[in-house]
Write a protein that binds this ligand. Structure first.
Ligand SMILES: NC(=O)c1ccc[n+]([C@@H]2O[C@H](COP(=O)([O-])OP(=O)(O)OC[C@H]3O[C@@H](n4cnc5c(N)ncnc54)[C@H](O)[C@@H]3O)[C@@H](O)[C@H]2O)c1
Length: 340
């Protein structure tokens, strides 16, 4: 297959490219290399395949994007991952966020539509499209928050309530992708991801929290916990995400679909109260941290209900929380020199 990956030098993108390269497919990476660490990921991909096709294009540049897609057609799968990914950046520069995420996605769809291309288009949206979920009752336990009634987590039927400029730009993109499937018959799939983690994630404080904590701990950087540390997230190892994406692309039943994607209740953890004992054990020492008040818009709990993905894609995560964290810890430990 010929597979285009926008954001292919990023965390999810480079892992996806490596997965499909290993299976013998032809990969075309499109990325503007704006994310710190993306050059390192790209060099790693070139080591794997010196003939890898790479286009350094900003998603906002419609003419360049369209020309590249025209040149590389026919395309079997188009993974659209390129994005401005930090909520904090979206608040400080909402125009940048909108133009990269909303307009950039629209550019992908319009290029595909006007060039009469027919790839499967898989777009990585976010759980932020569901907003603060204030009507869901949350209980505070000793080490974590939990939903009182949503035993399986948050399903796709939850009303949309875009929160933060990032939520708005990704939410607009999510709806455009879905609608281009309906109106123009494109083979679109939307994954609403929660926390994805794993090797090649150059986590920063504002995005990629698991990787950020591990990097900070191993590099001796200051760690600040916002709120009480009992915030809960479901976490999914990137290799499990890739298996789900590959399954979705193979199955016509997934086209036009929207899937909540994450570790689900079995793979959830509180960001400090439950995570720090695992991290400290791996490190072999206690960590000093500072505390600060809650960050605006921070959800006290988010867990995806992945029932639909499990059923339609016949998929389930393989990595447990502990094994996955250990895998990321090992990757960070042995790659400290390439992590800025
Ligand atoms: N990692 C997660 O936990 C998570 C959760 C929810 C959704 N997502 C979504 O998954 C996708 C990939 O996320 P990631 O964690 O791999 O992020 P990442 O930052 O590692 O990768 C994004 C890539 O896009 C590139 N990029 C940014 N702006 C661009 C532009 N204007 N033009 C071209 N390329 C550009 C960056 O250089 C980077 O290589 C994003 O769409 C993100 O919103 C990720």
């Amino acid at each position: 297959m010929r597979i285009v990956i926008t954001g292919g030098a990023g965390f999810i993108g480079s892992n996806t490219a490596a997965h499909f390269l290993a299976e013998g497919h032809e990969i075309i990476v499109i990325d503007d290399l704006s994310r710190p660490g993306s050059e390192v990921n790209l060099a790693w991909l070139f080591e794997m395949d010196p003939n890898l096709a790479f286009y350094q294009i900003d998603m906002r540049d419609y003419a360049a994007l369209r020309q590249a897609l025209d040149k590389v057609k026919p395309i079997d799968i188009l993974f659209h991952f390129a994005a401005q990914v930090a909520v904090t950046t979206s608040v400080s520069d909402p125009r940048l966020d909108f133009s990269v995420n909303a307009l950039g996605t629209f550019n992908v769809l319009e290029a595909v539509r006007t060039l009469n291309l027919d790839p499967v288009i898989l777009f990585t949206s976010t759980n932020k499209v569901y907003g603060a979920l204030e009507s869901i009752v949350v209980i505070e336990d000793e080490t974590r928050y939990r939903y009182r009634d949503l035993e399986k987590g948050v399903p796709e039927t939850t009303p949309l309530d875009f929160y933060s400029p990032y939520g708005c730009s990704k939410g607009a993109a999510d709806q455009y992708v879905h609608d281009y499937g309906r109106i123009y018959g494109l083979k679109t799939i939307v994954f609403r991801n929660s926390c994805i983690y794993g090797p090649r994630q150059f986590g920063v404080e504002d995005q990629g929290w698991l990787a950020w904590f591990i990097i900070a701990a191993l590099k001796g950087r200051d760690i600040t916990i916002y709120g009480n540390g009992k915030q809960v997230r479901d976490i999914l190892h990137v290799s499990d995400l890739i298996r789900a994406m590959a399954a979705a692309c193979r199955q016509e039943a997934a086209y036009g679909g929207i899937f909540n994607m994450g570790g689900g209740p079995q793979n959830s953890i509180s960001v400090w109260t439950e995570f720090s004992p695992i991290l400290e054990k791996l490190l072999g020492r206690k960590l000093d941290i500072s505390r600060a008040s809650w960050r605006p818009g921070d959800q006290n709990i988010y867990i995806s209900d992945t029932t639909k993905a499990r059923q339609v894609l016949e998929w389930k995560p393989k990595f447990s929380v502990r094994d996955g964290i250990q895998d990321l810890f090992q990757w960070v430990s042995s790659n400290l020199e390439i992590i800025g």
